[in-house]
Write a protein that binds this ligand. Structure first.
Ligand code: UDP
Length: 494
């Protein structure tokens, strides 16, 4: 029923769980959070997703399509108070919030607590659980005011989270002066070495953000559990290890991208209302290629390849001899010379190389049989999407958790070849120009896409992982079971 809930009362949830999602505005956080909401709704939950307008626009087609198919999910827009925050009107997505306004953005988001709370109190069914991005520590208060538990949401692997947690709790970098000196991550059976620059901690590394980082850590320690976009069979010891270290329940519910597998419409629109290339055109292009022959190249939704890097990357792909789809998301920012280079390259490799200037239907592409490898920046979603598609990867981390994800792909899962970047492009607010040469790109692509025992082994491991991922999401599988457990555990008590 859509009736008025008694203030502070339970409302009528018909016994169903009602999850309130508060995602972060960046695609890498938003897309998996929405997929998770849709999966929970598939299993009988009611889900409300609270989003700012520009952010909501990115996932509106997906949510609308799910609603049409009968899922009980609603996407509610809450505009930020842009004027009060001193922010440009409408700036509320990773794409349009200027870096100097990032602190204001988080402040303005925290002020959404009241309108979100009033909205939820005014409508049945009353929420039974808040699922919020770990970057929104203020949602602890939202959940407490509503009298419901709060689960924090991570689209990260348990390996990365445990490594990060352990270097912090065991103070692994204490007494280490250099940011590029590797230390062994304490408390793991496996020997994994990282530098401070590779694992600085979330929002750590710059004095301006330390207070916020501490706030996030406090909120995390107080959370009633964690939802993670990973699956138990891929990293059982790390899922268990993180749960033990945090002393909290972890629900591994991924790979969430598999939600779209049987749904052609939402698969093509995932994460962006208008892709820079028509899905049909993309599929036709792929249909004309040999199975496993195409390499897909993308650095996610935030990382930008500088013009010099774009030239080296383009020449490396050309020299590799393999067909490729290359997503150049920031081509419009390049100078005339770099843009001309892209046009000329495109003409030279016509039929063999496809350049996408903007947003690509990534999961649709990765799922096509013609694709045989993925050059990735190791954002966790992309890494897990490669796993779900059974693809080996060339790993090319740019910043944040991407270095630990690279170690996951290369050292833990054995499905990756590194291009050898060891330091972030952006660290302590300082940008560094790191250019990977064309020869390195060519060699890494040839290594992942080529023949030979090592490459075959990598492919076998990737395919075996994909099979496990599929099983995890099917009836009787671990992620499927964890989703059902969430829906059952957080159902309304009337
Ligand atoms: N993505 C996409 N098309 C693009 C770029 C990205 O569909 O052109 C999706 C990708 O499939 C993934 C997400 O956006 O789900 C990016 O998340 P990830 O963690 O890989 O990287 P981030 O963007 O957070 O750095």
């Amino acid at each position: 029923s859509q009736g008025q809930a008694a203030p502070g009362g339970r409302g009528d949830a018909g016994g169903r769980a009602h999850f309130v999602f508060v995602p972060l505005m960046a695609q890498g956080h938003l897309i998996p959070a929405v997929d998770t909401a849709l999966l929970l709704a598939t299993h009988g939950a009611v889900c409300t997703i609270a989003g700012t307008p520009a952010t909501a626009a990115r996932v509106r087609p997906t949510v609308d399509s799910a609603r049409r198919s009968g899922l009980q999910v609603r996407l509610v827009e809450f505009p930020l108070d842009y004027a009060a925050a001193g922010m440009p009107e409408g700036a509320d997505n990773a794409d349009n919030v200027p870096a100097e306004h990032m602190r204001s953005y988080f402040g303005a988001m925290a002020r959404l607590r009241e309108p979100i709370e009033s909205y939820l109190r005014a409508r049945a069914p009353f929420p039974t659980c808040v699922v919020s991005d770990f970057c929104h520590p203020w949602t602890t208060v939202l959940a407490a005011n509503l009298g419901v538990p709060r689960l924090s949401f991570f689209s990260m692997c348990a390996f990365c989270l445990l490594c990060q947690h352990n270097v912090e709790r065991f103070k692994a970098f204490e007494g280490i002066a250099a940011d590029d000196e590797p230390v062994v991550v304490p408390g793991l059976e496996k020997k994994v070495a990282v530098t401070r620059a590779q694992a600085p901690g979330f929002f750590r590394g710059s004095a301006a953000w330390e207070v916020f980082a501490d706030y996030i850590e406090r909120a995390q320690a107080e959370a009633d559990g964690v939802i993670m976009n990973t699956f138990e069979e891929m990293e059982p010891e790390y899922v268990a290890g993180y749960a033990a270290a945090r002393k909290m329940k972890v629900w591994a519910i991924g790979p969430v991208s598999l939600y779209h597998q049987q749904r052609a419409a939402t698969l093509a629109a995932r994460g962006y209302a208008t892709a820079a290339i028509d899905a049909g055109e993309c599929l036709r292009w792929l249909d004309g290629k040999e199975p496993g022959s195409v390499v897909y190249v993308s650095f996610g939704s935030i990382a930008r390849a500088g013009a010099k890097q774009a030239v080296e990357l383009g020449l490396g792909l050309e020299a590799s001899g393999h067909p490729f789809i290359w997503v150049v998301r920031n081509a419009h920012e390049y100078d005339a010379a770099a843009r001309a280079f892209l046009d000329e390259l495109e003409a030279r490799v016509a039929g063999r190389g496809l350049l996408v200037r903007g947003w690509a239907p990534q999961v649709l592409i990765l799922s096509h049989a013609a694709v045989g490898g993925f050059v990735t920046h190791c954002g966790w979603n992309s890494t897990l999407e490669a796993v779900a598609a059974g693809l080996p990867v060339v790993t090319w981390p740019h910043f944040t958790d991407q270095f630990l994800n690279e170690k996951m792909a290369v050292e833990v899962l054995g499905i990756g070849v590194s291009v050898g970047v060891t330091e972030p492009l952006m660290y302590r607010a300082v940008e560094k120009e790191i250019v990977v040469g064309r020869g390195v790109v060519e060699a890494a692509v040839r290594s992942v896409m080529g023949g030979g025992e090592e490459a075959e082994e990598r492919r076998r491991r990737a395919r075996a992982l994909a099979a496990k991922a599929r099983v995890a999401m099917q009836k009787g599988g671990s992620s499927h079971g964890n989703l059902l457990d969430l829906v059952k555990r957080f159902k309304a008590v009337s």
